[in-house]
Design a protein around this ligand. Structure first.
Ligand SMILES: NC(=O)c1ccc[n+]([C@@H]2O[C@H](COP(=O)([O-])OP(=O)(O)OC[C@H]3O[C@@H](n4cnc5c(N)ncnc54)[C@H](O)[C@@H]3O)[C@@H](O)[C@H]2O)c1
Length: 332
């Protein structure tokens, strides 16, 4: 058994927390030889619910759980953490403008970034889930200047999984046969699910799906709007698939990526090989060397269609960042 990893999870009592914590405890994110000490965080007043989750974790009797701490004091709970999974966020209420959500959550991620800067391990990896996750991640990163900017991620894995599942269904192949889906840009309806570099069982995707109109039309639209479609039917946002995506994203970060493959993550755009301007959290194809050491994969070409879509998602992220600057949440 390895030395335990300290993992902080905010919003631990929410539906995503509940769909993620037990899967981590079962080894699905960090592997079956990696013990975990959980640092479960949520708002003051939710201690009893946190205690209930801690009791359930104990009752699962999983050998990987090496300790459980919980509470609402971030300075205590972020102390020496190796990974912080930031789920806790103000939910988008009915009729709420995106700007209102950004402003509310900007403050939450300011506090969380400052707490990470004060007491997390200097090489801590941070995965931001709470929406709008790209810009929340930017705010947290901005307030944690002593941590490595390369170690901040926004969760785009759910979009990658959605796109992969859709391509598998259309090509009548298994999801494991589909490789190379890239989600560029924002985790929002402007995201760019790029099918151009996908392969099926090592062959070009377009040999299996010849319907270009579907790829550029329905495929794009379904992936971009999948979150809203689930909410409309279920009455609340995706929790099981989002929990799976968190576990997949952590697995991808922690384990070395197989040669020639990649995964999508929202990472800092500083000095990226695609000419996207610096100081944004932007979805890129990434590869891990293991234990969270992650790099952007260079060299994927964009055709005219993808280039056009890229401008839209980039402009949205710039506008979100400019709003945060205007609100004093981050400085230029
Ligand atoms: N990036 C993605 O792919 C993705 C997918 C699904 C959900 N999400 C986002 O994840 C977040 C959580 O989703 P959920 O389904 O668990 O929601 P939920 O409402 O079930 O839980 C929200 C959690 O956040 C906590 N919280 C609320 N206000 C807070 C504050 N001011 N400070 C700190 N914590 C606070 C709550 O106590 C609760 O634990 C939402 O922002 C949601 O939009 C992201």
């Amino acid at each position: 058994m390895k030395k335990p990893l300290h993992i902080a999870i905010t919003g631990a009592t929410g539906q995503l927390g509940y769909n993620t914590i037990f899967r981590m405890a079962a080894g699905e994110a960090f592997g079956l030889n990696q013990p975990i000490i959980f640092h479960l965080c949520d708002l003051p007043g939710l201690e009893s619910r946190l205690e209930g989750i801690a009791m359930e974790l104990e009752d699962c009797c999983t050998p990987l759980v090496a300790g459980i701490e919980y509470g609402s004091d971030l300075i205590k709970l972020f102390h020496d953490v190796d990974y912080a999974v930031l789920i806790g966020a103000k939910p988008r209420g009915p009729g709420m403008e995106r700007a209102e959500l950004l402003a509310g959550n900007g403050h939450i991620f300011t506090v969380q970034g400052k707490a990470l800067n004060r007491c997390a391990k200097r090489d801590a990896k941070v995965l931001v889930v709470g929406n709008p996750c790209n810009t929340n991640c930017l705010v947290a990163m901005h307030h944690a200047p002593d941590l490595n900017r390369k170690n901040f991620h926004a969760l785009l894995r759910l979009d990658q999984n959605r796109a992969t599942a859709l391509l598998a269904k259309k090509s009548k192949m298994a999801v494991r046969d589909i490789q190379g889906v890239t989600i560029w840009g924002n985790h929002s309806a402007t995201q760019v699910p790029d099918f151009n570099h996908c392969s099926v069982k090592g062959q070009k995707m377009t040999d299996f799906i010849r319907d270009e109109a579907w790829l550029r039309g329905e495929f794009f639209e379904v992936v971009q709007k999948r979150g809203a479609s689930v909410i409309n039917r279920l009455g609340h946002s995706s929790a099981a698939s989002a929990g799976q995506a968190i576990v997949d994203a952590l697995f991808a970060l922690y384990h070395p990526t197989a040669k020639g493959q990649w995964f999508s993550s929202g990472v800092c755009s500083d000095h990226n090989p695609y000419g996207i301007e610096d100081n944004l959290i932007f979805g890129f194809p990434c590869q891990s060397q293991g234990e969270g050491q992650c790099e952007i994969i260079p060299g994927l070409e964009w055709d005219f269609f993808i280039k056009e879509k890229m401008t839209v998602t980039l402009q949205e992220l710039i506008a979100e960042r400019d709003f945060c600057i205007k609100e004093g949440l981050i400085k230029t």
